[in-house]
Design a protein around this ligand. Structure first.
Ligand SMILES: Cc1ncc(COP(=O)(O)O)c(C=O)c1O
Length: 395
């Protein structure tokens, strides 16, 4: 018995991933994020980062991070409620709330943690959650942690959502409807005005995960609530600082009393150390940059329109995207992985995405466009996608 390999199951699991072409070959970047990155000593056109506005390598953000290190050091030293709250955290939360047009905000270590922080504070055992079937993993995990009943409605299906809400009309406890704003694997948008209407009609708290909306949608990239001019009609906005904002961190924005409550009871806020000073400093710089100019946001959309229009002309299926997220639908995970490998051989870094990140049989190359891509970069990508698509009989 003592010789039993208790971790033997891991070998089987890994083998299954290899057999199903779902094993992630993790690429290592040797340098900063940009339109081009260095991998294995070679320059590759970067088509798969969430660095929408190019801020991950921005000089002003770097300077702000260095200045924050000089003043505050590199580590926060503690969780926020003990000794880990520095003035730079307060400043970031204040400016972030203003940027989002909300009363207050609170930052945590990541977007994932922001969902784990807020959802279990809104609903608990005996309560009900309505969740879109394509919601992000961090929403799903936040919902599971809450122990509330989870009622999943088919993607974007507002009729079914209303039907479910009607069935629960006599329910006494809290009810929450939660959705991604921009769906990260398809680039389509939630019907947020309808979500707000239904939430108001049926007495539900409404919440949006705006991870892919910040820096992309709305005036100066303020996000999806701003894009649909919904003001305070969505009760809770959760977001990330790791994508368009160029750094790392997550936040919740909304009513001041909700934010106060999170600071008292949000578990990742209470039990995990705060954002580091350089992260807080860089995030502040990115919010200020966006508030001052929407030039980068415009550039991002120009690139998205150009690339997506040309891809469709070439004959690729780019799904239902309404944003710079560009799914190039392939279907079979093996074919999609092979497409990605051929791109890589021709110096294009664009990862294949398969199950469980997307449904089985709907593998795709997800192209992430950025404001820092030049027209030349995009033309090179279009030509190469076209060549490989023909080689593989996909177009
Ligand atoms: C919709 C959505 N929510 C939350 C997250 C998590 O954000 P972070 O990377 O800051 O943890 C992501 C990132 O992948 C996301 O796409």
């Amino acid at each position: 018995m003592a010789d039993r390999d208790v971790l033997g199951f891991v070998d089987e699991q890994l083998q299954q991933l290899h057999d199903a072409n779902l094993y992630n070959d993790i690429r290592v970047l040797d340098g900063e994020q940009g339109a081009w990155v260095v991998i294995d000593g070679e320059k590759k056109l970067n088509l798969c980062s969430n660095n929408y506005l190019g801020l991950a390598g921005d000089d002003d953000l770097k300077e702000a991070a260095i200045a924050a290190i000089r003043k505050f050091g590199v580590g926060p030293g503690a969780v926020r409620t003990i000794a880990g709250t520095m003035s730079i955290h307060g400043q970031l939360e204040e400016e972030l709330a203003r940027f989002k047009g909300r009363e207050a905000s609170v930052v945590v270590q990541s977007g994932f943690n922001a969902n784990l922080t807020v959802i279990p504070l809104l609903v608990t055992k005996g309560d009900i959650i309505y969740s879109d079937s394509l919601n992000h993993a961090s929403i799903i995990d936040g919902c599971r942690l809450s122990r509330a009943q989870i009622r999943v409605y088919p993607h974007l299906d507002m009729q079914t959502l209303e039907q479910l809400m009607k069935e629960d009309v006599d329910h006494d406890g809290n009810k929450l409807v939660v959705t991604d704003g921009v769906f990260s694997m398809d680039g389509d948008l939630a019907n947020l005005p309808a979500v707000a209407d239904l939430a108001e009609q049926y007495g539900c708290i409404s919440m949006v995960d705006d991870a892919h909306g910040e820096g992309v949608l709305g005036s100066h990239g303020a996000g999806i609530v701003n894009h649909f001019a919904l003001g305070e009609r969505i009760n809770v906005e959760m977001g990330t600082l790791s994508k368009a904002m160029g750094c790392v961190g997550g936040f919740v924005a909304g009513d001041a009393r909700l934010i106060e409550y999170i600071k008292q009871r949000g578990r990742p806020f209470l039990f995990s150390s705060s954002l580091t000073p350089p992260e807080a400093g860089a995030n502040l710089a990115s919010i200020r940059k966006l508030a001052a100019s929407d030039e980068l946001v415009e550039q991002l959309w120009d690139n998205a329109r150009y690339f997506q229009g040309a891809m469709r002309e070439i004959g690729f299926d780019t799904g239902h995207t309404e944003t710079p997220i560009t799914p190039v639908m392939i279907g079979d995970a093996g074919v999609s992985a092979e497409f990605s490998r051929r791109l890589f051989d021709r110096n294009i870094f664009a990862q294949s995405i398969g199950f469980p990140t997307v449904p089985a049989g709907m593998a795709r190359i997800r192209v992430m466009l950025s404001a820092v891509h030049s027209r030349e970069d995009l033309d090179y990508a279009l030509e190469t996608f076209g060549d490989i698509g023909k080689e593989m009989d996909l177009i």
